[in-house]
Design a protein around this ligand. Structure first.
Ligand code: 3PG
Length: 211
């Protein structure tokens, strides 16, 4: 596992963030850091994503910064130039895996079925995002679909419907590297400037992951 993903596995939780404004970048990073959560996945679901990553890699280098919703090779390039240390995607696209490899960017493609895992592991991936984790069947689904690949020592980051209350169920599986989700840094809290709410959710998530 790359250094970035090993660090994520140590932390246990990745906040998935759709950030709407560059003005939210530093207060958001400070709220996460105040909550003891030193990692952020900034998704390419908003226009601001690349600028936010570039600003944070400059102003808050202590935050382990990743790019999420990386859907094409161009976004791999943009993530790398913005200083992202890792990237994830909701699905498996060999062109994105190749671009990330060429850029030496640690990358976890998304999977939801045994066929997806088959394709991704054949392409050399050993860390995958299980998405959408909860609607797809939760921990027991992941346990079942990953069993035939256990000898490859593949690990997974479930996201999609994960909450504070389900962190422990997920992390009890040895196949899970960390969990991810948007519940920690909600768009409405960022819009309202409620950084304390985000710090509190980050703190609670870190505590739950440590238990
Ligand atoms: C992701 O991209 O990882 C998911 O959309 C997160 O899903 P959630 O909003 O249910 O946490």
């Amino acid at each position: 596992m790359s250094d970035a993903f090993a660090e994520i596995a140590k932390i246990g939780v990745v906040p998935v963030i759709a950030i709407e404004s560059i003005d939210h970048a530093v207060p958001l990073a400070d709220a996460l850091l105040e909550g003891g959560l030193g990692v952020a996945e900034i998704t390419f679901r908003t226009e601001a994503a690349a600028d936010v990553m570039a600003l944070l890699s400059d102003k808050r280098p202590e935050l382990l910064l990743g790019a999420g919703t990386v859907l094409n090779p161009d976004q791999v390039k943009r993530a790398v130039s913005a200083g992202a240390a890792f990237a994830l995607a909701p699905g498996f696209d060999p062109a994105v895996v190749e671009a990330a490899e060429a850029a030496s960017l640690p990358f976890a493609p998304g999977i939801m079925t045994p066929s997806d895992i088959s394709l991704a592991t054949a392409r050399g991936c050993r860390l995958m995002k299980f998405f959408p984790a909860t609607p797809a069947g939760g921990p027991s689904m992941l346990k079942n679909i990953s069993a035939p690949f256990a000898h490859l020592q593949a690990k997974f980051i479930p996201t999609g419907g994960v909450t504070l209350d389900t962190i422990a169920d997920w992390l009890s599986l040895p196949e899970i590297a960390a969990v991810g989700g948007t519940w920690i840094a909600k768009a409405e809290d960022m819009r309202a400037g409620d950084w304390q709410a985000i710090a509190a959710k980050a703190r609670a998530a870190v505590a739950r992951a440590r238990e």
